[in-house]
Design a protein around this ligand. Sequence first.
Ligand SMILES: Nc1nc2c(ncn2[C@@H]2O[C@H](COP(=O)(O)OP(=O)(O)OP(=O)(O)O)[C@@H](O)[C@H]2O)c(=O)[nH]1
Ligand SMILES: [Mg+2]
Length: 421
Amino acid sequence: MTINKYQGKTKEEAVEKAKQELGAGAVVLNVKEIKPKGMFKMFKNTLYEVTAAVEEKEAFPAQTLRSETKPVHDTISLAADEKITIPGVARENTRPAVAPAPAEQEVVPMKEAKRESTNEGLEKRLENLSNILEKQFSVEEMRKSHPVEPQEKENRTEGFQFIKMLYRTLLENDVNEKYVNQIMDEAEKVLHNGSSVDSILSNVYQKLILKFDQPQTIELTGKKPKVIFFIGPTGVGKTTTLAKIASRYKVDKEKKVAFLTADTYRIAATEQLRIYANILDAPMSIIYTPEEMNDAIARVSEYDLVFVDTAGFSHRNEAQCQDMKKLIDGLDEAYEKEVYLVLSATTKYKDLLEIADTYKEIANYKLIFTKLDETITYGNILNIKLYSGAKLSYMTSGQNVPDDIEVFDTQKIVKQLLGGR
Ligand SMILES: Nc1nc2c(ncn2[C@@H]2O[C@H](COP(=O)(O)OP(=O)(O)OP(=O)(O)O)[C@@H](O)[C@H]2O)c(=O)[nH]1
Ligand SMILES: [Mg+2]
């Protein structure tokens, strides 16, 4: 992993510099606002400092989770000569720990572990993560020029307990066990016997941020109009999310937006979209076929964005899947398109896997997760991101249009997965 810092007048400028140097795969670990200091501070601008990282190699190839048959292992070794036992976790798909724990490493039973995972210390550390990352960064720099000093035994035991706690916290937040093992395995490679709790936390945090990857939202290339499809199961929030995003582009970015709806299954569906179209003073057309879609887009060819709302349907309904594919494939090649698969964070893991697979047959999509306000565990977001290999884009946490939406906030979600609030 390569980690560097970049400064800019805006966050975007700093991120851009990071991408130029580290490549498009660079992800932001932390953003810090640097307020001007000293006598002439009123004449200086606030700067943004972005800590960005890039992973040297892809750790999880897409679409491997369900085909994987290898059992997950029960132990995590922190160093080649020392193993720690991961305690059994009361989950259906989790095997209990089998390896006997060395005397000094007490195995914590599940009930106790739960209490420990809401540990105030961890929450405080997560709140303080920026400082920890700062510290780690300077330690990293120091290590480059200095050999690692042997650390104390006490420190090591604390590190073992802490890594176990992080492991359990990720499982409790519904991160799939296979991924938890991979993340911990990767983290352990760079940790050593005396690794401090802070360095373990920042390492696992960084690994998770890299797994989530940089979110990718609508890209305006200048070619007009860009056509944006919203697809997904019934009732996940496609229409509401479309309205939220369209509103941002129309009101905040002053772009010309138009609406199409291919949702002709429900009588109320067109009315729902029409209300948003009226509020935003955007033209709206109802379309039944790909030809009608292309004609309707031709009528708004000077617009920046055309948002296409589609009918929700069960991914198990073959005929509706085929219709959707025909519609998206039927878009005139002259137009650029982006497809967003809208998924609810409340949907069950196994269903999400099937949905991700079925919609892959329909189009190459980016992911939007909705209803984050209706669940307390976000592990499925990471599971599906890694399983599908698709980019994350937006997340929504409420019914209010246009407020309850934001660009996927990786740092916030990772902190929650690690036990933060
Ligand atoms: N709590 C919560 N509710 C949401 C969120 N996004 C959408 N909803 C609600 O979910 C319900 C369904 O939203 P729609 O936008 O109609 O969903 P849809 O996917 O277009 O539904 P169909 O077109 O019927 O498939 C509405 O009551 C929305 O207000 C969210 O982030 N959080
Ligand atoms: Mg809808």
